[in-house]
Design a protein around this ligand. Structure first.
Ligand SMILES: [Zn+2]
Length: 78
């Protein structure tokens, strides 16, 4: 089943928990084993500081995730 690729959120906007893969990178839901999926490695290059990579994770249930994300960003602007 092909999965729709959602654009990853900009890493600086994520909380530490999200950057560490403890919470969903989109809806901030606390993740648990079996209920999450890896969504990608994102290289981060701070303007001053060493570059690093974050390994983002997200809810395995993308439909529920999208629903939660909507509730958290009701007035999201593009
Ligand atoms: Zn989620």
């Amino acid at each position: 089943m092909p999965q729709t690729q959602r654009p990853l959120p900009p890493v600086p906007s994520l909380s530490e928990h999200q950057q560490r893969g403890w919470r969903c990178c989109w809806c901030r839901y606390p993740l648990s084993p079996g209920y999450d999926q890896a969504v990608g490695e994102v290289p981060v290059k701070p303007p001053n500081g060493a570059a690093y990579t974050v390994f983002l994770r997200a809810c395995a249930d993308t439909a529920e995730c999208a629903e939660r994300e909507k509730q958290q960003h009701p007035e999201e602007t593009p």
